[in-house]
Design a protein around this ligand. Sequence first.
Ligand code: MG
Length: 456
Amino acid sequence: MGKSRRLFGTNGIRGVVNKELTPEFAIRIAEAIGTYFKRGRILLGYDGRISNIMLANAVTSGLVSTGCDVYDAGMAPTPCIQYAVKNHEMDGGVMITASHNPAEYNGIKVMANDGVEIPREQELKIENMFFENEVFKASWDGVGQRHNLPRALGEYKEAIKKHIDPSAIKKRHLHVVVDAANGVGGLTTPYLLRELGCRVTTINANIDGTFPNRQPEPRPESLQDLATTVESVKADFGVAFDGDADRSIFVDEKGKVHWGDRTFALIEKNFLQTNPGAIIVTPVSSSQVVKDVAEKYDGKLTWTKVGSTIVSHTMKKLKAKLGGEENGGVFYGPHQPVRDGAMTVALVLHIMAKDDRALSRLLDELPRYYLEKDKIRCPNEQKPLVLRKLVAELESRKPETIDGLKLWFPDKSSILLRPSGTEPIYRFYAEAKTKERASMLVKEYKQKVQQQIIKS
Ligand code: MG
């Protein structure tokens, strides 16, 4: 770090431990964060990675040196820390996590007093203080203190229960398998489920920062142990978290893995049935199924750029109560407008308590689409012009251009093309009722982009 003026990515600062993310760096960035919060009360939490204490101590030093008081909530899921920031009326929060990234990574997320990650403009302020070394150093007697805040996990579970019907859930005696990826999801959801009368089987539930059993990113190909376990113990469903348990991916009772936008569509349907006319916030990368449900059940869909922070801020701006991402992030506004794995599990339980059919049946009712993905190389400097030309070419079809270009067709197929933010490539995502139509769309739009690259 230091070569580029940008430190924060789409979800905070990320880097390989002791290469980019050293204790020295953590102290310096924490000094900038502390200066930004002006001697405030800062809640601190961390996930189960090996470097968690090393970085938590460095961040604590940096923060208290600027006169901030640090309230250490310990190891916890990111949404638990976000809830605690709001619940304890802190001035802000810092979470040490690299979410779904591989084991050698860690990261630092900064949250405002409502627990939502600070927006880009505020990150810029912190980055500027860091690079200009414009940090506040408290006098010797103005240095902040560190306190323990031990109750965050329990308070978080209780907060979730307020949004569901625990007695109805208890009556169903569901059996749930939890795959916590050896991350912090194991600290909350298995206990929450037991308190809700569920029988719980856990896999990968011990905290292990080497992630010995699967990558912390829940991908269908890495959830085979979960799928097999659900089938063999005859559970009602299984749920897998990412490393900091803000995202959740579900497996039905037959052992089938369902991608995030299908589970989200089920939650969306249930939500709209009791809240017709509500605003639903989702990135343009979400499936047509989310749009179908919004249309059928009277929801007002708002598309956003891809990124969880953007979904959160859009929800706040529009006072929306539900948001969701295709990767398994569900944002339930009445609890908090951030993605929250345990809250998502609770919402699924709530649905299953009202409708006693199996999860596979509930999900099978939703329209089905085939997804085709591809990419082509495009030099970084050509990306913006290529996009502008395509938007101009396709203007009569009224493309959605909030992030890349998306088109919907009358047969309910769609194409999304987006320049990658990090690599010299364009990505294509096509969805359609048949595999052939989806492949055809990818082929057609790859050609269109290719032509623009050549012409440019
Ligand atoms: Mg995460």
